[in-house]
Design a protein around this ligand. Sequence first.
Ligand code: NOJ
Length: 599
Amino acid sequence: MGNSEKSGSAAHNGPEGRRTWWQDAIFYQIYPRSFADGNGDGIGDFPGMTAQLDYLAKLGVGAVWLSPHYPSPMLDCGYDVSDYISVAPEYGSMDDFKAFLAGAHERGIKVVLDLVLNHCSDKHPWFIESASSRDNPKADWFVWKDPAPDGDPAPQGGPPTDWPSFFVDSAWTYVEARKQYYYHIFMEEQPDLNWRNPEVRRAIYDAARFWLDMGVDGFRLDAVGSLFENPAYPMQGTGHRLHSQRMLNHAAVTPAEKKEAGRVWQRMFRYQMGMPGIHDAMKELRAVLDEYPGDRVLIGEDDNIRYLGRGDDELHMVFNFPLMKAPAITPAAVLKNQRQRLALHAALPVPGWPCNTLGNHDSTRLYTRFGQSKDLGPERLARLNAALMLTLRGTPVLYNGGEIGMEDYIIPDLSKLRDTVALWRYKSLTEEFGMGKDEAAGHACAESRDRCRTPMQWGPGPHADFCPPQAQPWLPLGPSYARGVNVTQEDADPASLLNFYRRLGTLRRKTPALRAGSWEARFPAPVGCLVYLRRAGDESVLVALNYSGKKHKLSLEESAQILFLDDGQNIVVQAEERALEASYILGPGAVLIARVAEG
Ligand code: NOJ
C-alpha cells in the first residue's frame, strides 16, 4: 500500500505546547437520570454514579461529562436550570456530588459538567423577577421586546418577529405583567438569557467559578451557537413555521429534497444562530477557566471550528457532529469527513484538536442509527464503529450504554414519554394538522429523544437491575437487557461488545500513536475497507476496518506487528502482540490494528 495523505501532526494544545489530559482521555457522557439509581427511587443519582466509578475505570474512561445535574423543573430533563449552584434533590445532596467528584479524581477520572448558558428555566428566580415588571433590577436579564407595532410586517400586537423556536412554534411568549414578549429559542419554559448584559455574563461566570473552585475539570457548553440574536430583529420571512419545516424534513426522500429542507431550516434560523458576539463571550469564559490550574476544558455543543478562535483563546474543542449526522458510517463518508475536519483544525494559527462522537442524549443511538448496512448487521457494525471512535485522531466521546450495545427503544405508550418536545409534537400534530391520535402518537413516540435515554442496563433482573423491582423507573427499560444486552452478562463474556471496548480502550491508552498521532488515509484500500495510519514520533500504527461483507486481502509493504485483531467473528489477538505476514485476509467486519515499521 503505497499512497497516503497526512492530516495533522501531533498537536499539543496545552499552555506552552504541552499535551493535555483532555486530548488523551476517553470521554464518557453520563445521563444522570438514567445511569445508576443509588437510593431505589427509579431515578439515577450521585450515589448510584459513585458506586459505578470502578465500572468506568475498568472501561478505561478518563473523563466523564455529566448532562445537567442542577435543580430544574425537568421540562427539558435538566436543560432548564433553576439554580446553577446546587444539585437536583432527586440526584442527591452537594455532599453526594463532592463524594462523586472525589471518587472520580481518586481513580484518575476527570469530571466535566454541562453548563447551560443560553437559557435557564422560567422558574429560575432571575426570570421570575425579570418578568414581574419593566423596572426591576433584573428587568434586562432576558430578551424582552414590545409587541409588533402597527405597520410592522409582523401582525400588529403579535410577536415582534416571525422567528421560530427549535422546540415549539414561535420563539416569543407574551407576559402580561410587562406587556412584552420574551425570547426563547427552545421551549417557552426556557427563556434566553440576555448575553448583551454584562451582569448576566458575570452571573454565569460566577456559577462556573463555583464549580471550578470545587475542582471540576471543565464544561460542555450547551447551545453556544444561539447565545446572541440579530439586534435588528428582522423578519426571517420564509413563510415556514417549525411544524411545516418538520413536515418538509420528514417528507424529504431524495438528496435534493433533503438539501432543500436543510436550506429552509438554515434560512429560518439565520438571525438566531452564529451571530457576532459569541467569540467575545467565549474568550471571556476561556479567561475564567485559565484562572485555574489543571488545564480545565471547554467543549462547545457545536461543530463550528470558528469557536476555537485562534486555537488557544476560545473553546478547547467542538464536536465532530458532521460524522455523527452522516446517513451511514462508510469508508467514503469517514474519509471525506476526516479530510474536511482535520484540514479545518490544522488551518488554525494554533492547530485545533478534534472531538469525535457517534451519539448523545439527543440523537438516535449508534447501535440503531448505524446498525444496518447492505452487508453487515448491528453487532458487527457496532464493533467497527467502536474501533473507529477509539482510533481516529481526536478525543472520543462515548455515550452511556453504547459500550454494551444499547439500542433505541421506541416507547409505545405516549403517557410514558418524558421528552416534552415529543409531547408538543403530538399536540400540534393532532390540534393543528388534524392528524388522528394514534398516528400522531406513533410519530411522537418514534421521534422522541426518550428513545436513546432509557435507563442503563446493568443486569438481567427486573428493570435491568437499574432500580429495585418494586420501584418505578422514570422511563421504561429497553427490552434488550433480557437477551443479554446488560453489563453483568457482558462482563462475564470475553467476546462481548463491552470487553471489545475495554480492550480497545486499553490499547489506545498505551499507544501514543493512537492517542496523539497524525492521521493518514492509505490508498488503495480494498473495496469497502477503511485503512489509515496513525503516526507519532517513530511509532506508526495501521488501522484497517472492513465495512464490507467480503473477505479482502490487505497487502502491506511494511513489516507489521498485530496489536489487535478481530477477524470478523472473534477477537483473535488481544493483549499480546505478534508479527504479521506481509499480507492479511480481512474477514467481513474485521478490525485489524498493527504497529508497522516503514522502510
Ligand atoms: C442541547 C441539549 O443537548 C438538549 O438536550 C437540550 O434540549 C437543548 N440543548 C436545550 O438546552
